[in-house]
Design a protein. Structure first.
Length: 293
C-alpha cells in the first residue's frame, strides 16, 4: 500500500491542562466540514490542540486513539503516541509505508515532529527505515520474537523472586481485581492492556525501574500480534487460566510457585504466539510474491 502524497486534515479539540493526562476518545468528523478540505488558517488556537484522531486513509482506514502519558507535553510526543498506538493495535499493518509528507499533512504539522516520531518508533523496533524507500511499519521476525520473549521471561522471573515477597495486602487485592477484570473483558486491546497491568504490578513490587522500562518496550512489539481478534478468541481462555495461577501463587507469596507459573506461560503461550507469527509471516511472503507477479 502506498500512502497518498497529500494527507487529510485531522479533527482537533480544544483542551486544557487538566485533560492532557487522560486518554482522549476517538471522534468523528464535525458535521458540515469536508475531510478533503484543508484546515482553516483563521483559527490558530485550534492548531495548538492535541491530536486525538487519525482519519481514514485509503485503502486501509484506521482510527488511533491518542494516549497521552504524564511526560507527553510536546506536539512530537502527541504524534508519536498516536502512530505508536495505531501500530500496536494492528491498525497499521507490518510493511505499511509511513511517508513523512503524508503524515505531516495528516496531522497538520511540519516534518520536524514527524521525523522525531519515526526516529523514536524506530528505536522501539516498531518502525524500519529502508534506504531510498523511507519508513515502514516494522515486521517482527521469529528470531526477534524469541529474543523479546527471552528478555521478558528472564527479567520477569528475576522480578518475581525480588517482588513477590514484598507484595502488600493492598497490592494483592488490586491484582485480584485485575484478574477478575481479565475474566470479563472480551476486547483484545483492552484485555492485553489489563494483562500487562497485572504483570507490571509484580515488576513494580521488585523496585527495579530499568527492568520495568525494558519489559514495557519489549511488550509493545509483541502485543500487536496477540491482539488479532481470531487468534485472541482462540487462546484467551488458556491465558486467563495461566494468569490466575500466577496470581494465586502471588497471593500466597509462594515465590517458587510463581516462578513455575511464569515458566508455564513461557513454554505454552510463547509457542502459540510464535506459531501464529510464523503463519502470519508466511501469508505476508505469499502476498508479496503475488504482487511481484
Amino acid at each position: 500500500m502506498k500512502f497518498p502524497e497529500s494527507g487529510l486534515p485531522m479533527t482537533k479539540k480544544k483542551t486544557n491542562a487538566s485533560t492532557m493526562e487522560k486518554p482522549l476518545p476517538a471522534t468523528t468528523r464535525p458535521s458540515g466540514k469536508s475531510l478533503g478540505r484543508p484546515a482553516s488558517k483563521k483559527s490558530p488556537a485550534s492548531r495548538k490542540a492535541p491530536i486525538d484522531v487519525i482519519p481514514a486513509a485509503p485503502p486501509r482506514p484506521f482510527v488511533a486513539e491518542l494516549q497521552i502519558g504524564a511526560d507527553a507535553r510536546t506536539l512530537g510526543a502527541n504524534v508519536t503516541n498516536a502512530v505508536r498506538n495505531a501500530i500496536i493495535q494492528g491498525k497499521l499493518a507490518p510493511g505499511e509505508p509511513l511517508g513523512q509528507e503524508y503524515l505531516a499533512n495528516l496531522f497538520g504539522v511540519s516534518r520536524v515532529p514527524i521525523r522525531e516520531c519515526l526516529k523514536q518508533l524506530a528505536s522501539e523496533g516498531l518502525v524500519e527505515v529502508e534506504p531510498h524507500k523511507g519508513a515502514v511499519v516494522a515486521h517482527l521476525s521469529l528470531d526477534e520474537l524469541d529474543e523479546l520473549y527471552g528478555i521478558i521471561w528472564s527479567l520477569e522471573t528475576l522480578a518475581v523472586r525480588a517482588g513477590v515477597p514484598r507484595l502488600s495486602d493492598e497490592e494483592i487485592a488490586t491484582m485480584e481485581k485485575i484478574v477478575m477484570q481479565m475474566d470479563r473483558v472480551d476486547d483484545p486491546v483492552e484485555w492485553y492492556r489489563t494483562s500487562v497491568a497485572f504483570h507490571r504490578m509484580i515488576l513494580v513490587a521488585s523496585g527495579w525501574q530499568r527492568c520495568i522500562r525494558i519489559v514495557d518496550e519489549c511488550r509493545k512489539n509483541i502485543g500487536r500480534y496477540i491482539m488479532e481478534q481470531e487468534f485472541f478468541a482462540e487462546h484467551v481462555g488458556e491465558w486467563r487460566d495461566r494468569n490466575r495461577a500466577l496470581f494465586k501463587a502471588c497471593e500466597r507469596r509462594d515465590v517458587e510457585a510463581a516462578v513455575t507459573a511464569l515458566d508455564v506461560m513461557r513454554r505454552f503461550s510463547t509457542t502459540q504466539i510464535r506459531d501464529h507469527l510464523k503463519a502470519s509471516l508466511g501469508g505476508d511472503e505469499a502476498k508479496q510474491a503475488k504482487r511481484r507477479k
